[in-house]
Design a binder for this molecule. Structure first.
Ligand SMILES: Cc1ncc(COP(=O)(O)O)c(C=O)c1O
Length: 435
């Protein structure tokens, strides 16, 4: 080629949550039964969308409007419905003009970093949800900049770390919050959110809050939205229906812009994203039509509460099984549907193994193990080959910690029991195989 085609930032685009599936598939072809604990798709984990929701969607398929393009920012009546929901919280007040639809939050995340000046950075949490950290790093042609979530303090953000990084890196122009958090299941306490808003105000930053799990909390927790705490700081929240309904295949999510009028530069940034959407024409129409019908239905709130209760029960259950292993650092979760479990310092080494009965599978797993590779990834491969349980190593979430992420989604209780007791036994076997 005349010139190198690929940008330097392209190497930042990796997504272990799906990469690991390629490995799992190779083993599945050899006859191994797989338990997919890698991805947050409730439908894949036997969650049934209630009949009344399907009926709403089914009726919409008979409506001609569902097949057409819609307004480039999104369907007006849906934006009005969502603006009213946010305004009810009594914080930042928005109109339908402050809402912009995307083809899933994945699309919104790709766009939000794309239009930031290449030298400028958004600092995000670590462990990091890789869709954010990869897209941000790719825009900057550099590694992600992160603040620590602290496993010794319920995975809450280390606010001193955040403050210092913001203070000494003059190129940081935004702070990312994921609340409730993926991959830790942590819910940001209200006072933490207030402090982050204060930091943003002190250094003239914008705030980005991914709230795709905002209404998925349990065991006594409640998540507060950015709109409630933002005051007059510029910021945006990202919301969607992939997890709450759940309808991940709809590819539908949106941004809400706060305090756009007061901040000219921020407003220009929002307009750039609106213009980009206009060039694309619009986002998916049918799910937008379904949103007010489903979320405005009196059955929605009790449905969501019942689902949250079930996730909370599973969270407790997993805590009972894995919480007592002395080699692990375990935090209970209160939101979203993941748990990040950390290996204590020094418990992993390069000699540990799990028995893999099938010789071909054993050879395959051994071919994946490379000297010097992250020790949690090594465990994840052995677990996959030996027990068919597919989890994601925490080192792939921009973290120096070693551990793995599981989901709290398995609806079938018997399968859930099987997965987590097998995982516990595998952990014991692996950790004691070479001390
Ligand atoms: C924190 C977070 N944000 C965004 C997304 C992407 O959601 P969507 O399905 O709307 O693209 C996910 C998906 O797992 C997520 O966990």
């Amino acid at each position: 080629m005349r010139h190198k085609i690929l940008s330097d930032g392209a190497k930042e685009l990796s997504y272990e949550i799906r990469e690991i599936v390629k490995k799992g598939d190779q083993l599945r072809k050899l006859g191994l039964k797989l338990y997919w604990e890698n991805i947050g798709d409730p439908i894949q984990k036997n969650n049934e969308v209630p009949l009344w929701m399907r009926e709403i969607v089914s009726e919409l398929t008979m409506d001609e409007k569902s097949y057409s393009y819609c307004h480039s920012k999104g369907i007006l009546s849906t934006r009005e419905f969502l603006a009213a929901q946010t305004n009810e919280k009594g914080g930042s007040q928005i109109t339908s003009e402050d809402i912009l639809f995307f083809n899933g939050l994945g699309d919104a995340i790709a766009k939000v970093y794309q239009f930031i000046n290449q030298n400028l950075r958004v600092i995000g949490p670590s462990p990091a949800y890789s869709t954010h950290s990869s897209a941000e790093a790719a825009h900057a042609n550099s590694e992600p900049i992160t603040y620590k979530l602290d496993p010794n303090n319920h995975w809450y953000p280390d606010l001193d770390d955040l403050y210092n990084k913001v203070k000494y890196n003059k190129n940081i122009i935004g702070i990312l919050i994921i609340n409730p958090d993926n991959p830790t299941g942590m819910v940001y306490p209200l006072e933490t959110l207030h402090r982050i808003v204060e930091i943003a105000k002190e250094f003239n930053l914008m705030l980005i809050s991914d709230e795709i799990y905002l209404n998925i909390t349990y065991n006594g927790a409640k998540a507060h939205s950015l709109a409630e705490v933002i005051g007059d700081v510029p910021g945006l929240a990202m919301k969607g229906i992939s997890k709450e309904l759940p309808w991940p295949g709809s590819r539908c999510g949106w941004m809400e812009f706060y305090n756009r009028e007061q901040h000219q530069d921020f407003s220009k940034f929002c307009s750039a994203m609106e213009n980009a959407k206009m060039i694309e024409v619009c986002s998916t129409t049918l799910p937008q039509l379904a949103i007010p019908k489903i979320m405005g239905d009196p059955r929605f709130k009790p449905y969501r509460e019942a689902m949250n209760q079930k996730i909370g029960k599973r969270s407790k259950y997993i805590a009972e099984i894995l919480g007592q292993l002395p080699e692990l650092q375990f935090n209970e979760t209160y939101g979203a549907f993941y748990n990040t479990i950390i290996f204590k310092e020094g418990v992993l080494n390069e000699r540990q193994t799990l028995k893999i009965e099938n010789h071909t599978m054993q050879k395959m797993v051994e071919s994946w193990i490379k000297p010097g590779m992250n020790l949690d990834q090594r465990f994840v491969y052995y677990l996959l080959g030996s027990k068919g349980i597919c989890v994601v190593p925490i080192s792939s979430f921009c973290s120096d910690l070693k551990g793995f992420r599981v989901t709290l989604l398995e609806e079938n209780e018997e399968t859930l029991v099987h997965i987590f007791t097998t995982l516990k036994d595998a952990l014991r076997e692996y950790l004691s195989s070479a001390q």
